[in-house]
Design a protein around this ligand. Structure first.
Ligand code: CDP
Ligand code: MG
Length: 741
């Protein structure tokens, strides 16, 4: 963990912090001005980034736009693509030159690591080669991606290349969306999907080959799959496993699977000249804009690719580019693109693409001659202060930096401008990014592995084991939810929770709903929580939209507000017109309905009953409490709460139904925290103090004078001692393991 937080020099840090503070103050100010909503923007931004980083939450609308873009413009719009037919394009890819040799090595080895530059054809061609070589007659050819966007767009591309309809021979599967059928022989999916499939079919028998693509990204699910697949290939000699990677890490992967062959796809790369910043850069956005304009005005033709850490910086960069360009007399035109929108650049215009690290390897942007690298990226990191994962900006690793640089040398010699000094690169950047498994919450992984029969997680074969504190914390969290028993084994509740493709707390909420007789209502709420961006707030009509939103609000609960919206929509026969009128995204609600149906199916399979509590909505609030008691707050002042466990002050989010309603319950639980200048609780429900003691008895007890306070303290001490003993035991196991080696 200490490694990850190594930021730039003290001066950079101080300036960054100042910038953050300025930004935060601006937000605070905007917030005070409009009372409602500016923070929604912040939340949405994080969601967008999440989408690019993990398969959990997603802004599917952006995904679709992305997929459409990939289909219609981008690559296909490049000169090359326009000249050649799709089949000719296939034969032009570097991987085509080594097709036979590659297939031979795969035939002869269970596991092969394949290394090749971005754009060499790994993702789109390997599956097809295996199909052409007969693997699909023995089972499905699966290909995993760390990003949903990539799974969808690549499946579309390959189905085009094979001249089939997407979802037939070539399909994809991402959480809550399965676009495959019984004809499907090539299946692209997120790594999270394959991980869940291993629950049902531990040897993944219906696959003849599995390609773990973009393995160098080291996403959480990929890392867990590594450990599992290592066992599977030992048992199934007929299965072929191909691990693809950008240049870094290849030998580590090979060693992990027992010194398996590494196959290099000879690339056609051109030299890239690197320029470091001479001074420490104060503001990377400003510097990137300046650099890009300088390239545009002084250098010969060729497109520019700018790397920024997140969506917000991308927006600012694009705005500034437009602004500054307008100030220059007679400046030639420049087409400024953000991957979100992907305008097609008119012929002859220089294109400047501003993107996140998705453009490092997952996304091929052709014709790039100049790269401008801010040196930062966003990473999901567990924040112990608030006890949850958060996205934060960190310096990139040297491996990322070199990947970024490489993007400039695909079609000819290029130039890479790094907005950091050479000394910073050498002394301050880590060699490789710390894998996700070592920096995020592992509750879901723990639950999954336990249900796969891995009793002692410290013995599981991780390529890079997570810090044991992370493992223990996650186990502790599952224990408080009742998913693990005192000895760390899965309980009946835990076993039931695994069935749902949801975070443990949400699965727990569903099951509490079954127990308490309001599963019908909870199912709707959980589905609503699984789909982001329900509300629509068009520029210039903010007040109108907010007023509509208020009409749905149930004063004591945002969760009940969600329920209310869904119920009304159902009464309107799921009408799209009704959504538009009420400033709700129809597509989002449609997605909620689909998610709800899928969760409903799982409940049916598990023989879990669907019951409604009718008008007794207290029951619903109690269920919410049963799942989120670990995120509870007590009233401290007007609109101000303190977290019951950490003592951190928390504020009601301005979009909450409880905000500014003059109704201030003593206790609340929240779904998530949005961190800007302060901690804002989003999606809040009022609860009774005694519910907390009842459903969260591992944390809380009713305070009835001195005796009980003593009792509580005694319990807390005993609890702590028990945890410490558990830690010691884990430590011993680790030591024993080290000695064994
Ligand atoms: O995986 P790798 O980076 O090695 O290459 P790939 O994704 O298989 O891409 C090979 C080529 O396919 C790219 O250079 C693009 O021209 C094309 N492609 C496309 O047109 N549309 C996609 N969605 C993906 C790839
Ligand atoms: Mg690829």
């Amino acid at each position: 963990m200490a490694q990850v937080s190594r930021k730039g020099s003290a001066a950079v840090r101080a300036r960054r912090e100042q910038r953050e503070r300025r930004k935060a103050a601006r937000k605070e100010w905007e917030l005070a001005g409009t009372q409602l909503g500016n923070l929604i923007g912040v939340k949405k931004e994080d969601e967008k980034d999440d989408r690019l980083i993990e398969e959990g939450q997603t802004d599917y609308k952006a995904d679709q736009k992305f997929a459409e873009h990939m289909k219609g413009t981008g690559e296909a719009a490049s000169d090359f693509a326009r000249r050649k037919t799709i089949q000719e394009q296939r034969q032009f890819l570097p991987v085509f030159a080594v097709r036979e040799e590659l297939l031979r090595i795969i035939r002869e080895n269970s596991v092969v690591v394949v290394v090749g530059e971005t754009g060499s054809g790994k993702t789109t061609q390997l599956t097809q080669y295996l199909h052409e070589d007969g693997y699909s007659s023995r089972g499905v050819i699966g290909c995993t991606q760390p990003r949903r966007v990539a799974a969808m767009s690549v499946a579309k591309r390959v189905s085009d290349e094979m001249r089939t309809h997407l979802g037939d021979e070539v399909g994809y599967a991402i959480r809550f969306e399965d676009c495959t059928n019984e004809q499907t022989v090539i299946k692209y999916m997120t790594d999270g999907i394959l991980l869940r499939e291993s629950l049902r079919e531990s040897d993944l028998d219906h696959y003849s080959a599995i390609i773990m693509d973009e393995a160098h990204e080291r996403s959480l699910s990929t890392d867990v799959l590594f450990g599992l697949l290592r066992e599977v290939v030992a048992r199934r000699t007929d299965l072929r496993l191909i691990v693809t990677s950008a240049t870094m890490d290849a030998h580590k992967f090979s060693a992990f699977f027992g010194e398996v062959p590494v196959f290099n796809i000879p690339g056609r790369t051109f030299p890239v000249e690197t320029f470091f910043s001479r001074h420490v850069v104060e503001d990377y956005v400003e510097a990137a804009v300046k650099q890009s304009l300088q390239i545009h005005l002084q250098h010969e033709e060729g497109d520019v690719l700018v790397f920024m850490p997140g969506q917000e910086d991308i927006e600012v960069t694009c705005e500034l580019l437009v602004e500054k360009l307008a100030e220059i007399d007679n400046a030639p035109q420049l087409a400024i693109c953000r991957p979100k929108i992907f305008q097609r650049a008119p012929d002859g215009l220089r294109k400047c693409v501003v993107a996140t690290n998705i453009a490092e390897t997952s996304l091929t942007v052709d014709g790039i001659k100049y790269v401008v690298d801010s040196g930062y990226c966003k990473l999901k990191v567990f924040n112990p202060r608030v006890g949850m994962d958060g996205l934060q900006v960190y310096p990139v690793s040297q491996a990322n930096a070199n990947q970024r640089k490489g993007r400039a040398g695909r079609t000819g010699p290029g130039m890479c401008y790094r907005l950091y000094t050479e000394r910073q690169y050498k002394d301050e950047l880590l060699e490789c990014t710390v894998p996700e498994i070592q920096r995020t919450n592992l509750a879901n992984v723990v639950l999954l592995l336990k249900s796969l029969g891995v009793e002692d997680l410290l013995k599981f074969h991780f390529m890079d084991p997570p810090p044991q504190d992370n493992l223990l914390n996650s186990q502790y969290q599952l224990w408080t939810l009742g998913a693990l028993d005192n000895t760390g084994l899965l309980t009946q509740l835990g076993r039931a929770m695994v069935e749902f493709p949801l975070d443990p707390a949400l699965s727990k909420m569903l099951l509490a709903g079954v127990d308490m007789g309001c599963s019908e209502e909870i199912l709707t709420i959980v589905s609503m929580l699984s789909v982001p961006a329900l509300f629509y707030r068009p520029k210039g009509r903010e007040e109108e939209a907010d007023a509509m939103r208020e009409k749905f609000q149930v004063p004591e609960s945002d969760h009940l507000t969600f329920l209310n919206i869904y119920r009304q929509w159902r009464l309107q026969q799921y009408s799209s017109g009704w959504c538009t009128k009420h400033f709700l995204h129809f597509k989002a609600l449609k997605k909620v309905r689909e998610v709800r149906q899928q969760l409903h199916d799982i409940m049916d399979q598990q023989r879990l009953s669907m019951t409604s509590c009718g008008t007794d909505e207290d029951l619903v609030r109690k269920c919410v409490c049963a799942a989120y008691f670990h995120q509870a707050c007590r009233l401290k002042g007007i609109g101000e709460y303190v977290n019951l466990r950490t003592g951190t002050p928390c504020h009601l989010h301005p979009t909450s139904a409880l905000f500014g309603m003059g109704y201030t319950p003593d206790y609340i639980v929240y779904h998530e925290l949005v961190m800007t200048s302060k901690e804002y609780m989003q999606c809040v429900t009022a609860v009774e103090g005694n519910w907390l003691a009842e459903v969260g008895d591992k944390f809380y007890s009713v305070n009835e004078g001195g005796a009980s306070r003593m009792e509580k303290r005694r319990q807390a001490l005993a609890h702590k001692a028990a945890m410490e003993a558990e830690m010691d035991r884990a430590q011993d196991t680790l030591k024993a393991r080290a000695e064994e080696r």
